[in-house]
Write a protein that binds this ligand. Sequence first.
Ligand code: COA
Length: 699
Amino acid sequence: MSRQVVHLDVDQGVAIIAIDNPPVNALGHAVRDGLVEALTRAEADPAVKVIVLACRGRTFSAGADITEFGTPPRDPGLHEVIERFDECSKPTIAALFGTTLGGGLELAMGCHYRVATESARMGLPEVKLGLLPGAGGTQRLPRLIGPEKAVTAIVSGKMIGAKAALADGLIDAVVAEPVQGAVDFAHTIGTTSPVRVRDRDEKLAAAKADPAAFERAAADAVKRLRGIEAPAACVESVRNAFTMDFEAGLAAERAMFMRLVTGDQSRAQRHVFFAEREAQKIPGMASGLKPAAIGQAAVIGAGTMGGGIAMNFANAGVPVTLVETGEAALQRGLDRVRETYDISVRRGALPAGATEARMALVSGTTDWARLAEADMVIEAAFEEMDLKKEIFARLDGVAKSGAVLATNTSTLDIDAIAAATARPADVLGMHFFSPANVMKLLEIVRGRDTSHQAIATAIAVGKAMGKVPVVVGNCDGFVGNRMLARRTTECERLLLEGALPQQVDAVVLKFGFPMGPFAMGDLAGLDVGWRIRKHRGVTAPISDVLCEQGRFGQKTGRGYYLYESGSRTPTPDPEVEALIIETSARLGVTRRAIGDQEILERMTYPMINEAARILEEGIAIRPSDIDVVWVYGYGWPVWRGGPCFHADLVGLPEIVARLEHYAGASGDEGVRPAALLRQLAEQGKGFADIGKDAKAAAA
Ligand code: COA
């Protein structure tokens, strides 16, 4: 027999309908069915005067069951359930706590009243899944809080807290405990007939008379959301709330939802939602394995990276010690951390007083003995193998037994570093991306001997820091930078063959990346790659020439582009164009016009090919992990789902054919289709099929 997911209890005239569907009380078919059934009984029961809608477990409902999106609809639909609560002849009160999201909030807004605990947060995050709230959210929220605030909330998908919700009119009371609070609230409404949200008009009046304020709020909400369909649909639908009657607005919302839910953008965003969670599942790891508690952390190296990592610990509430070799460098590092917090406070990203509160968790020392206190140590010193080996050997001598010893290397061999210690099981890579306190991706690199315990702890720490951890294998560049190297090679080739930086960047921007590769190079500093190339004895003729001329990018005001003093806006530079043309001529390359389609293919297919090799070698556990790396670490547009998801949409046979062509043209065997890619294409399969196989194996 299937578990009961909705309960009905009646006590002293109050019916409590409680959803019980762990972990997040998603409103799947069984729940919807149960709700209609319970409501029908409560409404028919003469003993019931008031109905409270509650949830058991850790939170009020987090919304529709996302796994049902894109599958055939099953009655009763959510809008039908909400309509029943709305039309109920007895007052209905939703008792909110935890995170009330999406369909959960739409259901609560279908009730006549809402109460919430002080810590409760609520929002309509559908836009993050490429959707708009499709069960009345765009029509009811404006009626409760006004169209300006509604459009801001719906387009951003951000949650608001109970206090703000009360001030704005989304809820009717803040209570100490959800169900009891709702019952107490029921006594205050007396016998007045319930007010339906759909009938409330007072917050719409101003926009009906003059929509200018709404249009300003809407324009503000969608700016910077290039290329995405859902935000515009959200705006249109909220506008309908004051230009149409309720029923017409609801019907239009439904139609837009159906269009979006079957589209590629929403499919991609739902894929990333589940991919991010799947990435934390490690095949073979015992399900009961508990991460070690980290009461104290240490970071070796107080440079920009080390300071950023220390901030991550402090932000997660973990005391952290920055360890440096000299007092001056240590002080500079601590000052930089403080200054970064101050900037966030000045910008309003952190509340006043946050600097002191966070800095209270950050200490500094030049005394290595202090490393003995730490449960986790992250080394963020220079990227040099001998130095890292020396640090780890020394660390091995002082660190407490069982402490996780991590390196923030972005390229070096984890096994070689682990071999400098007598405890390789505790050693792994924690590869943060710059700026470390901002970027969401965390590559956790496991070495040959890294234990599951150390990996589980690193994942838990990453999550507590608000990062998206992805476990990867040990190889040059790991997942992200290894694929990026393929793109960088193509960039240089495209310039030599006939393209210009601004043309390539424009194509990549149009695809949806926030920045093109050349503007990105200028931001990161071209000298970094130049130094690595010299060290490895390789050349990149155009980039090398730029560096020889001291054009290191933004920091020198000149790179692939020109930068006016103090500006970060790239301006195409005729000197660079001349230099590129000259280099092509010097190397005997006849330049040709290169079309945007070719540029796009060369900016994506060689990376997809490298992803296939990474999977062949077991460096990534599953294709969706690679998608997560690129979405959270490198700006791959989330609505394109990541490189593997995108490859499946394009079709692998097409990608294989184009790679063959480009490998032939360049003579670069690295561009030749990987065996796995070829095999999947021949079998009519995609990356998603490997993902399914990996999931089945893990289960
Ligand atoms: N439908 C289906 N499954 C959902 C879900 C939903 N709306 N929300 C969460 N889940 C699943 C997750 O996939 C995860 O499953 P797993 O354990 O098998 O990996 C599990 O519930 C727990 O979610 P998780 O995100 O890991 O927990 P959390 O405590 O970190 O966060 C939420 C909880 C509710 C904040 C977060 O899950 C969330 O934002 N959910 C989406 C809400 C949403 O977009 N709703 C709109 C849909 S209308």
